[in-house]
Design a protein around this ligand. Structure first.
Ligand code: TRP
Length: 451
């Protein structure tokens, strides 16, 4: 059931998305998320934003605008997990666990940090002048983002490849130190979309806020039109043949047009279409491609409470993965309950795992269920009802597959969840300590035995 590729990426919330961000990252990510073989995690990297920006209003504004942009662009939040990094307290907690195994020498080599040091040295400053621990530890926080959800693929720009490599490095170190043969963390791979063009900006250089050459995305039709009128062209007059292959106006057009539309525009330029008219064509194309999304964007921005609700749902989804996983990691490093005696449990793991057993049975109504009994016969779990024996069998198999267990405690009992669905419940225990040790026994029983 869980063989889908998990794709995860973060968007730093320091600015307003422009046309280049849309074509280069947002649009391809939204398209990729529609693939049924893909399980997408997209999030607003607002903790990362704090590293680069100390203007609270800008942070606030940017989070809202980026959230609205992705949703207006067609991201389906029922299908993907879309959340704010800062709504997941497990992220900073994992960051600390990783910080404790990350080599300082590794972080010394991070490009972004090194660039800042080089600049200081060049200008005769102290090498670390103006460099915060946030900037220095940036790759560890990013590693936590990625490793927390065991992402397989991480779509990023080239400047971020090194960070994904560092995530592998740090994750591997953790696996090695605490996994006892078990790989807690999946090794992520950076995904660089070669086919996605970086759009040129108004002046022909890469479209980027730092060059002040961007075309706005959803602000208004007029803003878009004004920006397009400022696209730099050569001085050929109307009637003179233009050179489409050396025109960034044409490149921009192509990024949004069908091949047939591009061919037509190309031949018109060759036949001497004036630049004023060419800009008009580009505007018409962009307006027809993006006008509807722009409207949705403004509707979303006007209802921030709805956006807030959607992101809260996303946070709950993300935490249903993060909470049980972090619990496992805490146990692995030794942050264990005094009561649960996991130390003892761990040493008898092999025996317990062998002795625990599933017992399946059929209800009067024909549905199938199973119990999970601990070595001493204590009932740990009673499953929900399944329509057929096959489904019940698959669930027991999946529970034993060694994936992080999603166990949720409630009062004196607990339940076990698979992919967002409750599959079984425990009996009620005498007290919370008894409940917690049953949870530990359950984890031990369901841990695959390594021979
Ligand atoms: N550092 C990334 C950027 O600036 C944003 C980011 C934060 C990210 N956490 C991530 C990207 C995790 C991918 C995965 O582009």
């Amino acid at each position: 059931m869980t063989t889908r590729t998990r794709i995860l990426t973060g968007i730093t919330t320091t600015g307003t998305p422009h046309l280049g961000n849309y074509a280069g990252a947002i649009r391809p990510a939204i398209l990729a998320s529609r693939d049924s073989n893909v399980d997408s995690f997209y999030f607003l990297a607002d903790y990362h934003a704090l590293i680069k920006c100390d203007d609270p209003l800008r942070i606030q504004r940017s989070r809202l605008e980026i959230a609205a942009t992705w949703l207006a662009g067609g991201l389906d939040v029922d299908r993907v997990t879309f959340y704010r990094q800062s709504d997941i307290p497990e992220i900073p907690e994992l960051t600390w666990l990783l910080t404790c195994v990350a080599a300082k020498g590794l972080l010394n080599r991070a490009h972004a940090y090194k660039a800042s040091v080089d600049k200081n040295v060049e200008t005769g400053e102290d090498p670390d002048a103006g460099i915060t621990m946030g900037l220095y530890s940036y790759p560890v926080l990013m590693a936590a983002d990625i490793l927390m959800f065991n992402a397989h693929k991480v779509p990023v720009g080239r400047d971020q490849i090194q960070h994904v490599e560092m995530a592998r490095d740090i994750g591997q170190r953790f696996n090695h130190l605490f996994g006892q043969g078990k790989e807690f963390f999946t090794m992520p791979e950076a995904l660089i979309e070669e086919s996605v063009a970086t759009l040129p900006g108004l002046d022909g250089r890469k479209m980027s806020k730092s060059y002040d050459n961007t075309i706005p995305l959803f602000s208004s039709a007029k803003d878009m039109k004004d920006a397009i009128s400022r696209i730099v062209t050569d001085s050929r007059a109307p009637g003179e043949a233009k050179d489409p292959d050396n025109s960034h106006l044409f490149t921009l057009f192509q990024a949004f047009a069908t091949p047939a539309q591009s061919d037509e525009f190309r031949s018109e330029l060759l036949q001497g279409l004036g630049w004023g008219e060419a800009k008009n064509r580009l505007f018409q194309l962009l307006d027809s491609e993006l006008g509807e999304s722009r409207e949705r964007y403004h509707q979303l921005i006007e209802r921030p409470a709805d956006l807030e609700d959607m992101l809260q749902v996303g946070a709950r989804k993300a935490r249903s993965v993060a909470t049980p996983f972090l619990q496992e990691l805490r146990e692995a490093v030794g942050l264990r309950s005094f009561v649960a005696q996991t130390q003892v449990a761990a040493t008898t793991k092999k025996k317990a795992a062998k002795a625990a057993r599933f017992v399946s049975f059929r209800e009067d109504d024909g549905s199938f269920r199973f119990r999970l009994l601990a070595a001493d016969g204590e009932q740990l779990l009673l499953s929900r009802n399944f329509a057929d024996g096959k489904t019940a069998g698959q669930v027991t198999k999946q529970l034993q597959a060694g994936q992080p267990l999603d166990v949720r405690s409630e009062d004196l009992s607990f339940s076990v969840w698979l992919e967002g669905e409750c599959v079984g419940d425990s009996p009620a225990f005498a007290d919370s300590a008894a409940r917690d040790s049953a949870i530990d026994a359950l984890r031990v029983a369901l841990t695959p035995v390594q021979e």
